[in-house]
Design a protein around this ligand. Sequence first.
Ligand code: NDP
Length: 345
Amino acid sequence: MPTISSGKILVSGANGFVSLWVVEYLLKKGYSVRGTVRSANKGKHLRELFKSHGDKLEIVEVADISKEGAFDKAVEGVDAVLHLASPFTDKVSSAEELIRPAVDGTVSILKSAKKNSTTLKRVVITSSMASVMDLHPVPSNFTEADWNTHSPAEVKKSGLGAGPIHVYLTSKTLAEKAAWDYYNSIKGTVSWDLVAILPGMIFGPMLGAVNSPDDLNYSMGVFFKSLLSSTSEATTQEVVFTPLGGWVDVRDVAESHVLALSTAEVKDERILIVAGSIFPQNIVVEGQKIKPEIPNRFGSEVPASPKQFDVSKSKKVFPGFTYKTLHQTTADCIQDFVSKKLWPL
Ligand code: NDP
């Protein structure tokens, strides 16, 4: 069983919101990193951000992750793979536009890992709470034993008509399923094992070049809009009390990826990484404690979210791992918005 506490780690989609923190944590821990980006231009900020680490960071281009063989060269000589590249947007013109890169990109990196790496000990895929939760309006307490069958059924029936949230949840569910199916078909013939990290919606300060609210990734866009929801007269009680599901700080997600490398016993496991379950209104309430000028038309009493997640496994397999509070994350996000001049509006 591998414990990877040094060596070279491949990070796919290295320029993304979460990946930048993953790269930061890896480099600080002394790992070398090979990051993939879609084009040279996407690697510029990454290179600048981590220039003090010199040649510990290598950037390679993988233009189309869905293509079989796309990662053949990228996996050569690495000790582990962290696969984060996947589309997260609600601006798509078909369900396949989201599902194909998610599923095919995941299978493609695993196939390259099988074919081209003898040094590889572990592949960690960034799945999501999306692959366990459903959107039925009933209270639930999800664990790693659950699978989201609701969203794939809705998307099969109605395609994009099921709604962009169901389509994203389906892309992550089918990608994770495809990963386990492929891995189980080759297990024992390869030098590596598989781990899936399943984070809630991810919030936190951003290492990316964000110059306007339009540059925010999907989850930080949700956070930003939630914080400002009471500034719009059009916002209703129904909107601010629609469950967001689980949430987690981006730095805790990055740490969990690094721990997934160095913790032997998480071999072949799925691990939910969720700090708590919230409504958009919870973000307003925390925001107002930090900046009293933040308007709050819907009060400070927020009930418990009906969509809960049992994260006892994360605490058991990663001893000492703790989750940041929503108050801390909100404070750090607001400070980040101010420093990036996204705030005040
Ligand atoms: P970002 O949108 O910030 O980054 C996504 C990364 O994936 C970027 O590097 C992006 O490249 C790349 N990517 C997206 N679509 C494609 C594609 N079709 N082909 C090649 N590369 C692509 O997302 P996050 O950092 O928020 O998410 C990272 C991972 O974490 C994803 O797998 C996501 O599903 C998962 N996750 C995210 C959560 C969140 O709340 N943010 C919650 C749970 C899981 P480019 O910049 O070129 O578009």
